[in-house]
Design a binder for this molecule. Structure first.
Ligand code: GH3
Ligand code: MG
Ligand code: MG
Length: 568
């Protein structure tokens, strides 16, 4: 019983420890794998956000740079700068005309009649043009319009104090005042292009042979489109990387310049699927206080000839209300992110497998150890694994089933008793007990019931004798007892007490009441010269007789004693 308890306790501890180790190992493994996963995922997210952030920064730099180019051109549209540009242009164009006039005059002045040559030269001036609408007029020093190529109605009219046509008088007066052959004049004049009165700068120059003043002028505002055109050209030519470019649209959704698809130029794109970035950009800029915005959309990629996701930055250029934009196709970034993801996942999987294998090894070792230890304790409870000396000795002396002395221990004790009795001249008796028809109990109720009966018999017998009496299991269903200070009478009495206690005991096993009887052979030693083997042989003989003569009875190995069952 004690032994069973010991081994089952150990088994329980082993099981508990194993379960604990398994639980801790698997929990740690799961936690580790989860943490690893989160770490890898956050790494990838960090990588991709950094990547996109960098890309945005790059684009912002590019668009800022392009915006600076526009700013540079815009500076050319300040009044002073424009006046300078206009003046330079006028000088060069008039220089060309005068060169032509002078050379023809020189060539034909002796060949042709005065009238004819004058008409020839007048026609040259009349039809001379430059730029989109540059022309020359002729007046004389008497403020008379000699020839105006656009307004022939002015011809041969004198313009003095006429605010609508101020340039004749202004030119003549300035030339006279400055005593120069050529001078610039600046005045306000109606501009049919903008329908506004605007500053116009004109260059008037004397053509001496005929006393003419030949003038030509330009509105200062004429410079702006020219500068803008130049700015557009510059931006159009600005490229970076493999296929980085800038486009420009205005805040009214009109494409002003697209370097890759010029067919979009001057077209409006409001919520267009083909060209989504114009309205996306304008709307994003309208919705922000900043001067730039990020937009995402799908657009044709000339490199792959496919429509792909694109990330762009648009920036407003306020002076001209232009939007300048540039973008990058995200497939490059996505590919790098995918690559990183792939590599990280491979690394992660390798780590996970390592951890799983380590955990599995630990689990297998633990299971194996547990199995080994448990089987050892269950199948061989008396093995040397127990380090406690006490247990070891107990295991060697106690009968495993009945928890009384085993055969070896019993005979050892008897030997001591016999020696003690001999020394002190004390009377000794021995008894052999055998259960009657025990085989039948096994056959009828099963071996476990038989074990239970053996245990019960041991208990009942133990309770029927004194503490100092020796009681042991000799094997099977046989027990031995040794008592001191006894006579044949007392032996007979004690034996019958044991027998009747057993007979009257109701052994309840799994609800079934089992009743048994025992037979006892006893022997009270004649002399101290007999050893315990002889004594037990004699008791055994008496037992045999008890069995032979009916069972459930006590026989004493002494013909003089009749140990009658009926007396008890
Ligand atoms: P008898 O009255 O002649 O003694 O008959 P019996 O059946 O008791 O005698 P036998 O010697 O033929 O049978 C003894 C039986 O005891 C046989 C064996 O199976 C059984 N036995 C021996 N040791 C144990 C044990 O530890 N547990 C159980 N359940 N049975 C045991
Ligand atoms: Mg027997
Ligand atoms: Mg028997």
């Amino acid at each position: 019983m004690v032994l069973k308890k010991i081994s089952s306790l150990k088994v329980k501890i082993i099981l508990l420890l194993s379960v604990l180790i398994l639980f801790v190992t698997s929990t740690l493994t799961v936690i580790y794998i989860q943490n690893l996963n989160t770490l890898v995922n956050s790494n990838i997210t960090l990588f991709s956000t950094t990547m996109i952030k960098n890309e945005k920064k790059e684009l912002q730099n590019k668009v800022d740079l392009a915006s600076n180019i526009l700013k540079m051109y815009y500076k050319k549209t300040t009044p002073a700068y424009m006046e300078n540009v206009v003046k330079k242009g006028l000088v060069s164009h008039q220089e060309q005309l005068f060169h032509q006039l002078n050379s023809i005059y020189t060539k034909y002045k002796d060949l042709e009649s005065k009238v004819k040559l004058k008409k020839r030269l007048k026609d040259i001036v009349k039809y001379a043009r430059y730029g989109s609408n540059g022309y020359f007029w002729i007046n004389d020093m008497d403020n008379m319009m000699v020839m105006h190529p656009i307004k022939p109605s002015y011809d041969n009219k004198i313009f003095i104090d006429t605010p609508l046509v101020p340039f004749i008088q202004l030119g003549v007066d300035t030339l006279t005042k400055q005593k120069k052959d050529a001078t610039f004049i600046k005045y306000k004049f109606y501009n049919p292009a903008t329908k506004l009165y605007e500053f116009k700068v004109s260059l008037v120059r004397k053509f001496k042979p005929y006393g003419w003043v030949i003038g030509t002028g330009r509105y200062l505002s004429d410079v702006t489109p020219f500068v803008k055109q130049q700015a557009l050209k510059s931006i159009q030519a600005s490229r970076y990387g493999k296929n980085g470019y800038f486009w420009i649209n205005d805040m009214n959704y009109k494409m002003i310049m697209h370097p890759i698809k010029p067919k979009y130029n001057n077209k409006f794109f409001i919520n267009s699927k083909e060209v989504p970035f114009v309205s996306l950009g304008v709307d994003a800029l309208k919705n922000t206080v900043k001067d730039s915005a990020v937009i995402k959309y799908s657009f044709y990629n000339p490199a792959t000839e496919k429509y792909e996701d694109k990330l762009s930055i648009v920036k407003i250029f306020k002076p001209w209300n232009w939007v300048i934009g540039t973008g990058v196709y995200l497939n490059g970034i996505n590919k790098s992110i995918q690559d990183v993801k792939k590599n990280k996942t491979i690394e992660e999987n390798k780590l996970i497998w390592k951890i799983i294998i380590i955990s599995l090894v630990i689990i297998i070792i633990v299971l194996f150890l547990a199995y080994y230890l448990i089987t050892k304790f269950i199948t061989n409870p008396m093995n040397t694994l127990s380090t406690e000396k006490e247990h070891f000795e107990e295991i060697a002396q106690i009968d495993f089933l009945t928890n009384i002395l085993n055969r070896r221990a019993f005979y050892q004790e008897i030997e001591k008793y016999f020696a003690y009795a001999k020394r002190n001249n004390i009377q000794v008796s021995v008894m052999m007990i055998d259960i009657d028809f025990f085989k039948k109990v096994n056959d009828t109720y099963g071996h476990d019931a038989g074990d239970f009966v053996l245990q019960t018999v041991a208990k009942v017998v133990k309770n029927s004798i004194r503490e100092e009496d020796i009681f042991g299991r000799l094997g099977g269903e046989e027990f031995g007892i040794c008592i001191l200070n006894s006579t044949n009478e007392s032996l007979c009495q004690i034996a019958n007490k044991i027998r009747t206690n057993i007979q009257s005991k109701e052994m309840k096993y799994n609800g079934t009441i089992i009743k048994i009887t025992i037979s006892i052979g006893g022997y009270n030693l004649y002399t101290h010269s007999e050893d315990f083997k002889i004594a037990f042989n004699k008791a055994d003989k008496a037992l045999y007789e008890a069995k032979e003569t009916g069972r459930n009875k006590v026989e004493i190995y002494d013909d003089n004693i009749i140990c009658d069952r009926d007396k008890f």
